[in-house]
Design a protein. Structure first.
Length: 300
């Protein structure tokens, strides 16, 4: 039984990962910002660097999923700084702690935003960094693991796409709109949406933890990215609702500013070359399968 420490364990992905780790007989230590309530919780304050690296002795892997959601609000200067602070500082603290404690593996969150807007160009993990705030954020986020990589730690950088799950995340915002017949493509709808089911996201992280051959950047996305127009139509079909509407790009830019340009009207046609090359098999290979899983009745 391996021991895995998880930071950011209360979010959509973190909660599901903790459940998946325990279901596969791993011991989980949750790294938390409040007073620990049991022996399987470890306090830290990444804002001040307060962390007992000695508590990680004997841990087999650390998974860092920390980061404020990019879509919480319009991107003011202060909010953009909070996006950076919630990712880069905690990653630096954990990277140093992993080195001090001799933990062999660090699995660190990142995002396909690393590539910027790739338009119709297919990109795998060998693709260059793009331009814009999100791309630079991901570059700096990944660079914060450098101290661990330099010390010989196996570092996996999870460049995740849009995670589709039964509760929370993107679909929690979209379902009510689509249920009212207000589902709409965004702008021209040609921007790509690199999706992945929550189940496969967790399975991919487990795969990265346990397969010693996996390292470096890993696109955690489904094998068949779709355009926004295709995703909108597929979600409408999954919910049995029409999707005739379109939200003009100028309206999104007016309301949401920079986030609209980078987070909604741009996208990445990213494919999971590293995962598939390592032998990972997806449970949900198409967006239709992922949405059927995410929108299944709650009693199933």
């Amino acid at each position: 039984m391996a021991t895995v420490a998880v930071a950011g364990s209360s979010g959509l992905i973190g909660s599901a990962l903790v459940y998946g780790l325990r279901a596969t007989d791993h011991r989980v230590i949750r790294i938390v910002r409040r007073a620990p309530s049991n022996a399987d919780e470890l306090f830290w304050n990444p804002d001040t660097g307060e962390f007992d690296a000695g508590a990680l002795y004997g841990v087999d892997a650390v998974v860092n999923l920390c980061g404020v959601s990019i879509g919480q609000r319009r991107w003011s200067g202060a909010f953009k700084q909070s996006l950076r602070d919630s990712r880069i500082g905690p990653t630096e603290v954990l990277s140093a702690a992993v080195v001090d404690a001799g933990v062999p593996t660090l699995v660190n969150a990142s995002a396909v935003g690393y590539y910027g807007d790739t338009r119709n160009r297919i990109t795998d993990e060998t693709g260059p960094a793009g331009s814009g705030f999100l791309a630079q954020l991901c570059v700096d986020w990944e660079a914060a693991t450098a101290v661990a990589a330099a010390d010989g730690v196996r570092v996996v950088l999870l460049r995740s796409g849009l995670v589709l799950g039964p509760a929370g995340g993107l679909l929690a915002r979209l379902r009510p709109l689509f249920a009212l017949g207000l589902g709409a493509r965004l702008g021209n709808g040609r921007q790509y949406m690199p999706w992945i089911s929550l189940e496969d996201e967790v399975r991919a992280i487990l795969f990265a933890i346990t397969d010693d051959e996996v390292s470096g950047p890993v696109n955690v996305t489904g094998p068949a990215p779709v355009t926004n127009a295709e995703f909108t139509a597929a979600l409408g079909r999954s919910l049995n609702r029409p999707t005739p509407l379109m939200v003009p790009g100028f309206a999104l830019r007016t309301v949401l500013g920079e986030f609209a340009e980078e987070g909604l009207l741009g996208g990445q046609r990213a494919i999971p070359a590293a995962l598939e090359g390592a032998g990972f098999a997806f449970h949900h290979s198409t967006v239709g399968e992922a949405l059927a899983y995410a929108n299944r009745p709650k009693d199933r």
